[in-house]
Ligand binder design. Structure first.
Ligand SMILES: NC(=O)C1=CN([C@@H]2O[C@H](COP(=O)(O)OP(=O)(O)OC[C@H]3O[C@@H](n4cnc5c(N)ncnc54)[C@H](O)[C@@H]3O)[C@@H](O)[C@H]2O)C=CC1
Ligand SMILES: O=C(O)C(=O)COP(=O)(O)O
Length: 615
C-alpha cells in the first residue's frame, strides 16, 4: 500500500480564515512528517469579501473553530492631518491613532500594531516601514493623489494594498495652479511683501498679460485638464504634452496635444501636472532649459522632483526662465536658505495645492471609505497596486474564488516530496467570452492555494503574481469555450501541475500532470475530477482519496473505521474506470482522522493507495 499522510494545514481555506484573525503575531506550524511549514500571520486579505456570500459555508464554520471576527477591531494609524468627516467614519469602524510628525523610527515602532496607515504627502512610507510592520499592515491609504511617497514595490512584496484618493483634490490643485499662474504673472506675492515692508513700487512690479499667450500643460490628466479648461477661460492658447492622454479628450476642450519638444519650444508658460516617476524625475534640467523659449514662466503644482532645482536656479539667474511659481519641492520643507525659494523671481507656496477646506474634507472621506472597504475585505476602487475588479464581478466570482484556492491546496498536497513545482496550467471552461470573465482573482487564489502550504509567505491578490514569479512558478491560463448557460461565469476550473511526481499516482492524468478539477454547485465548491477519475465531493472539511479495486464492501469498511473514531463523513463519491476495475473513492470528512485511523484505512487490502488532504 502506498498511502501517504500529509501534514495538516491548520487554517486551510476554512471560511473563517477569510475573516479577521485575533492574533497579530505570525503563527508558524511545523510538521515533522513532511516538513511542510505553514505560516499564517493574518487573514489572507484579498480585497475580497469572501466569507459571506455562501450561507452554508458560514453556518458550518460557526462551530468549527474560534470565530475571529469578534476580536477584530482594526487599528488605523493616521500619520498626517485628516479632515474630521473622514476621521469620524474611521472611528466607527476602527481604533484610530492620530499621531502626526512621526520620525521614521517612531513610525516603524508603531506600525507593527496597525492594520492600516493613512498618510498625505509628508510621510515617506519606505521599505523599512513595511518590514517593521511584520506583516500586520494590510492597507496604506494615501489621502491625496500622488503616491510617490509610498514605496509601491515594498508594499506589493509584503502583500499590502495601497489605495489613494485620486479625485477629491483635483479641482483644488487646478485652482492653485491657476492662482500661481496669475499671481506670478502680476507679481502679486512680491508686491504684497514690498507693501508690507512699507514700500510703494508701481514700476518694479509691472507684470505680463496672459491673454493670447501660449500655455503648455505638461501632463494632461485630471489636474492638467482642469488647468487647461480654466486657462482657456483666461483667453490663453493652450497646448498639452502627455504621451498617454487620448487626443479626443484634449480636442473636446480645444487643446492640441503636442510633442515634448514642441511644447517647450513654443510655450510662454509651462505648467507641470505629471506624476513623479523614474521617467519624470528631473525631466526639467539644464538640457531642457536650453530648449525653452527665452523668458518662459514655469508653474509647478505637481512634484518638486520633476525639476532639477539647481538647474532651475541657473536658468532663473541667466534669464532663460523669467519666473517660476512653485508649490512643491524636491525636499519638503526645503532648506531655509534654499536659493530657489529665496530667488526674487520665484513665488513659492508650501505644498498648498490640495489644501482647501472642501478638498480636505473630500479627500478624508474618500480615503476613509477606501481604507474601511479594504479592511473589510472589499476590493478598493482606487487600489494602486492591485487589479480593480468591480463589486458585481466580485460577488459573482466569490464561490469560484474559494474553489480556486481549494484546488490549489489540493493539487500541491498531491505532489511527491522533493519534486519542485515549476509549471501550473489552469484551464477554465466557460460560455463567456474572455472579456466577460476576469480571471485575475482566480489565478491569485490558485497561486495562494499552491504556495502558502509549502512556504511561509502570505499571499493575496496584491502579491500573488509577484510571489509566483519570484519563486519561478509559471502559471499559464487557457480557456475552453462551452456553449452552456451564460449565467454562471464558469462551468469548471482545472488545475494542472506539470512535470511533477505525485504521492497519489492516480492523481496523474493521461498527460502526466497532477490534475484536479472543480465546479460550483448551488454555490458550493465541488471537486469533480482527480487525475482521470470523475468524482463529486463537496469541498468542505477534509478529503480522503483512495484508489481501490472496485468491489463490494470497500465503502462499508472505510465508513466503519471512520465511524469508530467518531469521524463524520459528509460526502462520498466513487469514480471508476469500469465495473470491478480501478476506482477512486473520494470521502469528505468533517473531522481530521488521527494517524492510527488513516493507517487502518491504508491496511484495507483492496485499497492500493490513499491520501488525506486538508482543505
Ligand atoms: N500640489 C498638490 O497639492 C497636488 C499635487 N498633485 C500632483 O499632480 C499630479 C497629477 O495629478 P492628477 O492629474 O490627479 O493625476 P493623473 O494621473 O490624472 O494625471 C497625470 C497625467 O500625467 C501623465 N504623464 C505621465 N507621465 C508623463 C510624462 N512623462 N510626460 C507628460 N505627461 C505624463 C499621465 O498620462 C496622466 O495623464 C499628481 O501625481 C501629484 O503629484 C495632485 C494633487 C494635489
Ligand atoms: O494629492 C496630492 O498629490 C498632493 O500633493 C496633496 O498633498 P497633501 O495631501 O496636501 O500633502
Amino acid at each position: 500500500m502506498a498511502g501517504a499522510v500529509l501534514a495538516p494545514l491548520p487554517y486551510a481555506a476554512a471560511p473563517e480564515a477569510l475573516l479577521w484573525p485575533s492574533a497579530t503575531t505570525p503563527a508558524i506550524y511545523s510538521f515533522s512528517s513532511s516538513s511542510f511549514r505553514f505560516a499564517r500571520s493574518r487573514s489572507p486579505f484579498l480585497g475580497l469579501r469572501l466569507s459571506y456570500p455562501i450561507p452554508a459555508l458560514r453556518r458550518r464554520s460557526a462551530g468549527r473553530g474560534p470565530r475571529i471576527e469578534a476580536a477584530a477591531r482594526p487599528t488605523v494609524l493616521v500619520a498626517e492631518k485628516l479632515g474630521e468627516a473622514g476621521l469620524a467614519l474611521l472611528r466607527k469602524f476602527a481604533n484610530v491613532d492620530c499621531s502626526y510628525n512621526l520620525s521614521l523610527e517612531e513610525l516603524c515602532a508603531k506600525i507593527s500594531l496597525c492594520d492600516a496607515l493613512i498618510v498625505r504627502s509628508g510621510t515617506k512610507v519606505t521599505p523599512e516601514v513595511f518590514e517593521a510592520s511584520k506583516g500586520r499592515l494590510k492597507v496604506v491609504g494615501r489621502a491625496g493623489a500622488g503616491i510617490d511617497n509610498v514605496d509601491l514595490q515594498a508594499a506589493t512584496e509584503s502583500g499590502c494594498l495601497v489605495v489613494n484618493a485620486p479625485t477629491a483634490n483635483t479641482v483644488a490643485a487646478a485652482e492653485h495652479g491657476i492662482a500661481l499662474l496669475v499671481a506670478m504673472a502680476r507679481n502679486v506675492a512680491q508686491a504684497d511683501a514690498s507693501m508690507k515692508a512699507g514700500k510703494w513700487q508701481r514700476n518694479k512690479y509691472v507684470g505680463v498679460s496672459l491673454v493670447g499667450k501660449t500655455l503648455a500643460v505638461m501632463g494632461f490628466g485630471k489636474v492638467g485638464s482642469e488647468v487647461a479648461r480654466r486657462a482657456k477661460g483666461l483667453g490663453m492658447n493652450v497646448i498639452a504634452h502627455d504621451p498617454y492622454a487620448p487626443a479626443d479628450r484634449a480636442n473636446a476642450i480645444g487643446v492640441e496635444l503636442v510633442s515634448f519638444d514642441e511644447a517647450i519650444y513654443t510655450a510662454d508658460f509651462i505648467s507641470l501636472h505629471m506624476p513623479l516617476t523614474p521617467t519624470t524625475a528631473k525631466l526639467f534640467n539644464d538640457e531642457t532649459f536650453a530648449k525653452v523659449k527665452k523668458g518662459v514662466r514655469i508653474i509647478n503644482v505637481a512634484r518638486g522632483g520633476v525639476i532639477d532645482e539647481d538647474a532651475l536656479v541657473r536658468a532663473l539667474d541667466n534669464g532663460t526662465v523669467a519666473q517660476a511659481a512653485l508649490d512643491v519641492f524636491t525636499v519638503e520643507p526645503p532648506p531655509k536658505d534654499s536659493k530657489l525659494v529665496m530667488h526674487e523671481n520665484v513665488t513659492a507656496t508650501p505644498h498648498l495645492g490640495a489644501s482647501t477646506v472642501e478638498a480636505q474634507e473630500g479627500v478624508a472621506v474618500e480615503i476613509a471609505e477606501a481604507v474601511i472597504g479594504a479592511l473589510k475585505g472589499e476590493l478598493a476602487a482606487t487600489a494602486v497596486n492591485a487589479p480593480m475588479v468591480p463589486a458585481e464581478v466580485l460577488s459573482e466570482l466569490a464561490p469560484y474564488v474559494i474553489l480556486a484556492e481549494k484546488l490549489g491546496r489540493l493539487a500541491v498536497q498531491l505532489v511527491a516530496g522533493g519534486s519542485g513545482i515549476k509549471g501550473v496550467k489552469v484551464v477554465y471552461t466557460s460560455a463567456r467570452v474572455p472579456d466577460d470573465l476576469d480571471t485575475r482573482i482566480l489565478r491569485a487564489m490558485i497561486t495562494k492555494g499552491i504556495i502558502e502550504p509549502i512556504s511561509s509567505v502570505f499571499i493575496n491578490i496584491v502579491n500573488a503574481d509577484y510571489t509566483a514569479k519570484q519563486r519561478g512558478l509559471r502559471i499559464s491560463e487557457a480557456r475552453i469555450y462551452r456553449d452552456s448557460s451564460l449565467e454562471a461565469p464558469l462551468d469548471s476550473m482545472q488545475v494542472h501541475l506539470t512535470n511533477v511526481e505525485s504521492k497519489f499516482a492516480s492523481a496523474l492524468s493521461d498527460s502526466g500532470d497532477i490534475t484536479v478539477e472543480g465546479r460550483v454547485k448551488d454555490g458550493i465548491p465541488h471537486l469533480t475530477l482527480v487525475g482521470s477519475f470523475s468524482v463529486d465531493v463537496s469541498l468542505e472539511g477534509n478529503v480522503i482519496l483512495c484508489r481501490n479495486v472496485d468491489q463490494p464492501g470497500n465503502i462499508g469498511q472505510v465508513g466503519k473505521i471512520l465511524g469508530e473514531q467518531n469521524v463524520n463523513i459528509s460526502f462520498m463519491s466513487v469514480g471508476r474506470t469500469a465495473p470491478r476495475k480501478q476506482a477512486i473513492m473520494a470521502i469528505g470528512v468533517d473531522e481530521e482522522p488521527d494517524k492510527e485511523t488513516l493507517k487502518k484505512i491504508g491496511e484495507i487490502p483492496a485499497i492500493k493507495e490513499f491520501v488525506f488532504l486538508k482543505l
